[in-house]
Design a protein around this ligand. Structure first.
Ligand SMILES: [Zn+2]
Length: 556
C-alpha cells in the first residue's frame, strides 16, 4: 500500500464510519403516526443518540442496522409520538398515590380492609391518610365510629377524609397523637361527634378537623421525592413522556432540579412556577431556563390564578349563575397583578399561564395580557390561559389576535356536562368548552387532564375531544357535537400543540428526524377505531429518548 493511499484511508475511515453510524434501535412492522406533515404515516423508525435518525420504510431503516442495533418488531401495532399532558399537577398526583383511595367503598369493612392492605408497607407509628369514604353508600348509613378501625390498626395513626372533605375519621392512635380526649371542646364552626358518655367517636366535622390535622407531620424531602418518582412512573404507565406541571413551589422545584441533575428521572417536565412574590423574583433574576439536564426540565413560565372553578360556583362570570342569581363568582387575583407580572415576564423572556374558567375570568386575563403587551411588546410570548372553559362570544377571536394559547382539558367537558347547563344556561353553553370555535379562529389547543382532579390516562381527553361523550358513550351523538375535534387535531393536542405551548417544538411533539425519540406503542389504532373503542386502548410501551420507561407485562 502506498503511503498516500494509506493516509487517504486513515482520513476517510472516520468520515465514512460517521455517515453510516448505526442506530441503537430500529422499530419496524408498525403503523407510525409521526404528526409530521411531510410524512404523516410511516412503517419504521431508527433511533440514534436518543433522537429520531430516520422515519420511513423498513427497507431504508435497515440500512442503519449495525452489530449492536436493538430490533423492535411491533407486529403491526400503532405508534404515536409521546403524549404530553399540558396541564397537570405532578406532586398532587404523587401525594394522592400515597393516600388510600376510599372512593366507591360499599361498607365500613371495605374501608378498613383497604387501609389494612396499605399498612403492610408502612412502618409502625407512621401516619396513614385516606380519602373518599361516603357512609351514604353503605348498608348502614350512620357515621362510623373509630373502634373497628382502631382494632384493625392499633399501631399507626389513621386519618380518613370523607368524600366531600367536610368530615374526617381518626383512629385511637391518631387522636392520641393529637391529644384529643374526652375533655377536648368543640371549636367554633366545628364538631367532635361523641358517644353517650362524651367520648369522641373518631369523626371530626368541619373546623374540628384542624384538631387532628395539626399533628400530621409535614412530608420530608425524601417523602416528596418518593411521591414525585411515583407520579412520574404512573404518568409513563399511561403513555405520557412529559407534562406541563401547572404550578409548583420553589421548594418542590429545587427538589425536581436536584433529581434531574442526578439523573433520577427520564421524563420531560415543563414546570410552571407558582405565583409567589419571592419565587417570581428569584426565577426572573435567574432568567428563563430551557432543556436543563439533557432535556428533563424547563423553568420559564409562571402560573397565575384569575378565578375559581365552576363546580363550586367560584368561576367569575359576567352575569350571575343561572342557578344562583345573586352570585357571579369571584376573582382570585387583582387584574392589575396579572398585568404587572405579565410585564415583568415579557421583559425577562418568561411565559405567563393564568387559570381562568368563567367568562369574566377569561376576559380579565385577556385584558391584562393585552395591556401588558402594549406596554412591553413581544413577538413570540405564547402566553396561555389555563382552562379557557367558558368564553363570551366576543372574546373567542381575541386569543388569536393576541397570540394567546387556550390550554384546555377536554375531559373536563365530559365531567361537567351533566350540570354545566344548570350553572350557565343554554346561551352561555355556546361558548363553553368551545374548541372547534377556537381552532377555527386560528389558535392551537394543548390538551390535558388537570390530574389528580381527573384520571391520568390521556386517552380520556383524546376521547372527549373527538366524541364529546362519557365513557358510557353518553350522550349519543355527543354533547354539543359541533365543537368536536378531528382525530388528527386531537392527536396534535396531545403532542405537537403542547410542545408549541412550551417552546419545545424543535425537540418534541412529532417523530421527525432530529427530535427526541419519545414515542408510545398502543394495542389499538386510535386514529381509526370507532369512538366507543378508543378507551379500550392499552399502552404497550412508552419510550423516552429511545429507551423504554414502561413496558406492559405480557397478557395471558
Ligand atoms: Zn390545575
Amino acid at each position: 500500500m502506498s503511503r498516500s493511499v494509506f493516509l487517504a484511508l486513515l482520513i476517510a475511515a472516520p468520515v465514512s464510519a460517521q455517515s453510516v453510524r448505526s442506530a441503537e434501535l430500529i422499530v419496524t412492522n408498525a403503523r407510525i403516526y409521526t404528526v409530521d406533515d411531510t410524512r404523516p404515516v410511516v412503517a419504521a423508525l431508527a433511533v440514534r443518540d436518543g433522537r429520531i435518525a430516520f422515519a420511513g420504510s423498513a427497507r431504508e431503516a435497515m440500512a442503519l442496522k449495525g452489530a449492536n442495533t436493538k430490533m423492535l418488531d411491533l407486529g403491526g401495532r400503532t405508534v404515536i409520538p409521546g403524549m404530553v399532558d399540558a396541564h397537570a399537577h405532578l406532586l398532587g398526583l404523587g401525594q394522592s398515590l400515597q393516600t388510600v383511595n376510599l372512593v366507591g367503598t360499599k361498607s365500613y369493612d371495605e374501608v378498613i380492609a383497604r387501609v389494612v392492605a396499605r399498612a403492610k408497607n408502612v412502618p409502625a407509628g407512621q401516619w396513614i391518610i385516606g380519602r373518599g369514604w361516603d357512609q351514604n353508600q353503605w348498608g348502614d348509613t350512620r357515621f362510623p365510629t373509630h373502634d373497628a378501625l382502631t382494632r384493625a390498626l392499633p399501631n399507626n395513626p389513621v386519618y380518613l377524609e370523607r368524600i366531600d372533605g367536610h368530615a374526617q375519621l381518626a383512629n385511637a392512635a391518631a387522636m392520641k397523637a393529637a391529644s384529643v380526649t374526652v375533655a377536648t371542646k368543640d371549636p367554633s364552626g366545628g364538631k367532635i361527634l361523641r358517644t353517650a358518655s362524651g367520648e369522641p367517636t373518631g369523626v371530626f366535622v368541619d373546623n374540628a378537623t384542624e384538631l387532628v390535622e395539626r399533628s400530621i407531620p409535614r412530608s420530608t424531602p425524601e417523602e416528596t421525592r418518593k411521591a414525585i418518582r411515583a407520579a412520574i412512573a404512573e404518568s409513563q404507565h399511561w403513555g405520557l413522556t412529559g407534562l406541563h406541571d401547572a404550578g409548583e413551589s420553589r421548594a418542590t422545584i429545587d427538589l425536581l432540579e436536584e433529581m434531574a441533575k442526578a439523573g433520577e428521572f427520564n421524563f420531560r417536565l415543563y414546570v410552571m412556577i407558582s405565583d409567589d412574590s419571592a419565587a417570581v423574583a428569584h426565577y426572573l433574576a435567574r432568567g428563563p431556563q430551557s432543556a436543563l439536564y439533557d432535556n428533563r426540565l424547563w423553568l420559564r413560565s409562571f402560573k397565575l390564578y384569575a378565578d375559581g372553578a365552576l363546580g363550586s360556583r367560584g368561576a367569575a362570570l359576567l352575569e350571575p349563575y343561572s342557578d344562583d342569581p345573586n352570585n357571579k363568582g369571584l376573582l382570585l387575583s387583582a387584574p392589575a397583578h396579572i398585568q404587572e407580572v405579565a410585564v415583568r415576564a415579557l421583559k425577562a423572556g418568561f411565559q405567563v399561564n393564568t387559570h381562568a374558567i368563567g367568562d369574566r375570568g377569561n376576559r380579565v386575563v385577556l385584558d391584562a395580557y393585552d395591556a401588558a403587551l402594549k406596554l412591553q411588546p413581544a413577538a413570540d410570548h405564547r402566553f396561555r390561559v389555563e382552562h379557557a372553559q367558558i368564553l363570551n362570544h366576543d372574546d373567542i377571536p381575541r386569543f388569536a389576535q393576541l397570540g394567546v394559547i387556550p390550554s384546555m382539558q377536554a375531559v373536563h367537558q365530559t365531567s361537567d356536562m351533566y350540570w354545566a347547563g344548570s350553572r350557565l344556561g343554554q346561551g352561555r353553553l355556546l361558548g363553553a368548552y368551545a374548541w372547534r370555535s377556537l381552532l377555527e379562529s386560528g389558535v392551537v389547543i394543548p390538551n390535558g387532564s388537570d390530574f389528580p382532579v381527573e384520571a391520568v390516562n390521556p386517552l380520556l381527553s383524546f376521547h372527549s375531544a373527538v366524541a364529546r361523550q362519557d365513557a358510557e358513550n353518553w350522550p349519543s351523538g355527543g354533547w354539543m357535537p359541533e365543537q368536536r375535534m378531528t382525530r388528527e387535531e386531537a392527536l396534535k393536542s396531545m403532542t405537537i400543540w403542547p410542545a408549541f405551548a412550551a417552546f419545545q417544538e424543535s425537540v418534541m411533539g412529532s417523530l421527525s428526524v432530529g427530535k427526541l425519540a419519545d414515542f408510545v406503542v398502543l394495542d389499538r389504532d386510535i386514529m381509526t377505531v370507532a369512538d366507543r373503542d378508543i378507551l379500550g386502548t392499552n399502552v404497550v410501551a412508552t419510550y423516552i429518548g429511545g429507551k423504554p420507561v414502561y413496558e406492559r407485562a405480557a397478557q395471558p
